[in-house]
Design a protein around this ligand. Sequence first.
Ligand code: SF4
Ligand code: FES
Length: 236
Amino acid sequence: MVEFTINGKKVEAEKDEAILDVAMREGFDIPTLCYHDTLGSDGRCRLCVVEVRKGNRKRIVTSCLYPVENGIEVLTESPDVLLVRKTVLELLLARCPDSEVIRYIAKEHGVSNTRYAKDNDKGKCILCNLCVKTCEFNVGVTALGMSGKGPAKKVTTPYGEPSRVCIGCGACVAICPTGHIYMEDRDGVRMIWNKRFELARCPKCNRYHAPVEQLEFIAGKSGTPIEELLICPDCK
Ligand code: SF4
Ligand code: FES
């Protein structure tokens, strides 16, 4: 076990844990955008910065990636942390000026504008990779990936075409922290990632509830009869 302090409170952790995981378990509030409890974080948003003091040295680190160490002092809201976090929020506001979530978190931290040039090309995407990871690891279809380099990097389906393997489940929409991914259900059809999905109707309440391709995928994986899956969650 490793022992250290967070804002003066003594805490214990397993040796490979990240500071953020321990801080959350101990009830400390650290803002995050790109962390998810089932998928971890790729360290993209930098909102989770904290100060780590060890002897005479102090550093600002990304708490979702920084491993715990014996004897360190962690501060989640020191003046330096708050200053860096505000700068991070200004950068996020510049990258995604239309993201309501980013604007909300920024406002909570007293940031209503940005000194940096606004980017109107990136939509609301912070390249956190959570959509790609949930598609691969939680759903198991790998319909999404990152393409391009540097400023041109973006999340997309292969060659930007409707993906052959996408089942239209919307897991990427649900996990996206910034509301970047467009999905629309209308008149029995779901549109997502430029692909059209026929929605299945529940035989009991007649409501559209899930793409037929998604239900077929689940039936194939789980062996559950499709007739059973056609019944919507509310009527089960
Ligand atoms: S679309 Fe959303 S979930 Fe995917 S990388 Fe961008 S911000 Fe993250
Ligand atoms: S939660 Fe740590 S960088 Fe996003």
